[in-house]
Design a protein around this ligand. Structure first.
Ligand code: DX5
Ligand code: ZN
Length: 209
């Protein structure tokens, strides 16, 4: 069964603690935290202090998505222990190999994210070093965007390169678009489709079933 990583990006800062507590009572597999520096993407979200604060309220593993040019301070600055994965972007102008090793040195799983316009060949040399590939199905920076319909083809291109790496799809996933990636993705990030509903579990059931 597909795993779900619920993103709380579309909520206001004041709603996020309550939302994380609400998610404790659902079967979401992860909490997806989007961190943005207003450099790599045109948005500034979830400062490190807020992420560390949210970690205290959750009994779920955190799936942290760093849309930042300089991930190192964030990787070193996380202070809570229910962190499952840290994902960095293959497009950043930093030493990816060094960052992968740094993330691993903390005992976290490593994700490598790829933007919609980036060619999968850029991933090739890292596919045996990371735990999962985060395939962006929207341009990174905001929730509530429409799913990019060419995403399934991109996933297939990655699987052709390495059929063992886990695939996670991120952006615009809902009860309709989920069918487009059925069987192609191990994990899906779902934000506004879940957090816009009163009953989170019902929305999660619509995706899982
Ligand atoms: C976008 C983020 C996504 C986003 C998903 O840059 O990486 O995780 O929060 O939200 P929805 O599901 O609303 O597209
Ligand atoms: Zn994300």
């Amino acid at each position: 069964m597909i795993k779900i990583s619920t993103s709380i990006l579309s909520l206001s800062p004041s709603e996020r603690v309550l939302s994380v507590q609400k998610l404790n009572n659902t079967n979401t597999d992860y909490i997806h935290i989007d961190v943005m520096d207003n450099i790599f993407v045109p948005n500034y979200q979830l400062p490190l202090e807020e992420v560390n604060n949210l970690g205290k309220y959750s009994n779920k593993p955190f799936d942290i998505h760093l849309m930042v040019e300089d991930p190192e301070p964030f990787i070193k600055g996380l202070t809570f222990d229910n962190i499952d994965t840290i994902t960095i972007h293959v497009e950043i102008k930093k030493d990816i190999d060094k960052l992968i090793d740094l993330i691993k040195s903390y005992g976290y799983h490593v994700g490598l994210a790829i933007n919609p316009k980036t060619d999968v060949s850029l991933l090739e040399r890292y596919l045996t070093k990371v735990d999962k590939i985060l395939v962006m199905s929207v341009e990174p920076g905001f929730g509530k965007q429409p799913f990019i319909e060419t995403t399934p083809n991109k996933i297939i291109d990655i699987i052709v390169l390495n059929q063992d790496v886990l695939i996670e799809v991120d952006g615009g996933v809902n009860n309709n678009t989920i069918s487009l990636i059925d069987g192609l993705s191990d994990i899906v990030v779902v934000g506004s489709y879940i957090t816009s509903k009163e009953d989170y579990q019902e929305a999660i059931n619509n995706i899982k079933n």
